[in-house]
Design a binder for this molecule. Structure first.
Ligand code: ATP
Length: 319
């Protein structure tokens, strides 16, 4: 392989820059030319492509977001859009593409691979909702951002003796809520994979109050529903006042943690090795701290599973 392309797609995630850097540097290390595609699949269709060198990725390993920018692109779901994308790469002699993003982005990569154009996916999303990898790039940073925010809210919860419901991101996955809840000693964790009955949530709040507990934290994954609806339900059912905080987009930004930088560096380099070895239609991941790769079709047909032992533990530790 002489030339490869790299793009970021879907929601941005801290560590995407570290992954871009690894792709560019590893490729150049192997004497492969690298082309950065701006604005995800939209930039691919539009030919917004430029060659990168060692210096293009200097001073970015510590930065959140993505220097290549990201976009959602409806046109790429069509046969015409995908063919146009392949055309743009072929006319520049680019022989393979690395796609950093979430499952939607992998569908785009799969479509190209099915058309005979080699693609490798790298999981980059704060949601940790991709099968075939224990962690996605950005999850650890988002988790630490959430924990820092909850620690601050806890100060107010404790000073004013209040119960807070904190809504965190994660789309349809509960990992961010579960890990944050365990790391922050939340009274209840509400995740899409295991919904607790309202009685259980209220029981926990009441038991806490009975033993003199002055404040409580409930963490709710956005995939479960709105924190405001839960606050209304708790008020209606048990006449308990709660305060709601929706953390929102602060969870997506910030400088990546060491863990995300290392993961991004390993996965970025692995993706280059896979393309160079003639692999196509794969997603690089990490399982039990070992680099792995799986067919994109397998990744897309399976659901990322949550560690139910962790969920059980969170209950046992917040009796
Ligand atoms: P996140 O998890 O952060 O949302 P994502 O990669 O899942 O990231 P999406 O918006 O679902 O984000 O997908 C990103 C882009 O991938 C879409 O805008 C579209 O260009 C492309 N894409 C999604 N689904 C398909 C598909 N079925 N075929 C081709 N391309 C697709």
């Amino acid at each position: 392989m002489k030339k490869l392309g790299v793009l970021t797609s879907g929601g941005d995630a801290p560590g995407m820059n570290a992954a871009i850097r690894a792709v560019v540097r590893k490729a150049i290390y192997h004497n492969i030319e690298v082309f950065g595609i701006h604005n995800g699949f939209q930039g691919l269709i539009d030919g917004h492509i430029e060659q990168m060198d060692i210096g293009s990725v200097g001073d970015i390993i510590q930065r959140g977001g993505t220097i290549l920018h990201s976009a959602r692109c409806e046109a790429f779901v069509t046969d015409e859009g995908q063919s146009r994308g392949i055309e743009q790469m072929e006319k520049r002699g680019i022989e393979g593409l690395i796609v950093i993003g979430g499952d939607g982005s992998f569908r785009g990569a799969q479509a190209l691979s099915e058309k005979g154009y080699p693609c490798i996916g790298i999981p980059g999303t704060i949601d940790n909702d991709i099968a075939g990898t224990d962690f996605t790039i950005g999850f650890d940073t988002a988790l630490n951002t959430v924990i820092e925010a909850i620690d601050k809210i806890r100060d107010t919860a404790s000073s004013h003796e209040r119960t807070f419901i904190i809504e965190v991101m994660g789309r349809n996955a509960g990992d961010l809520a579960l890990w944050a809840g365990l790391a922050d000693g939340a009274e209840s964790i509400l995740i899409p994979e295991k919904q607790d009955a309202m009685e259980d949530i209220i029981d926990r709040l009441k038991r806490g109050q009975e033993r003199g507990k002055k404040h409580s934290i409930i963490i709710l994954a956005e995939g479960v529903g709105s924190a405001f609806d839960y606050a209304d339900d708790i008020k209606r059912t048990a006449d308990l006042e709660t305060r709601v905080t929706v953390l929102g987009h602060i969870q997506r930004g910030g400088s990546p943690t060491a863990s995300d930088r290392v993961l991004a560096s390993r996965l970025g380099a692995e993706a280059v090795d896979l393309l160079q070895a003639g692999q196509a239609g794969k997603v690089a991941g990490i399982q039990n701290n070992q680099l792995v790769h799986h067919d994109i079709s397998d990744i897309l047909s399976k659901k990322h599973t949550i560690d139910m032992n962790m969920f059980q533990l969170s209950k046992e530790l917040s009796i």
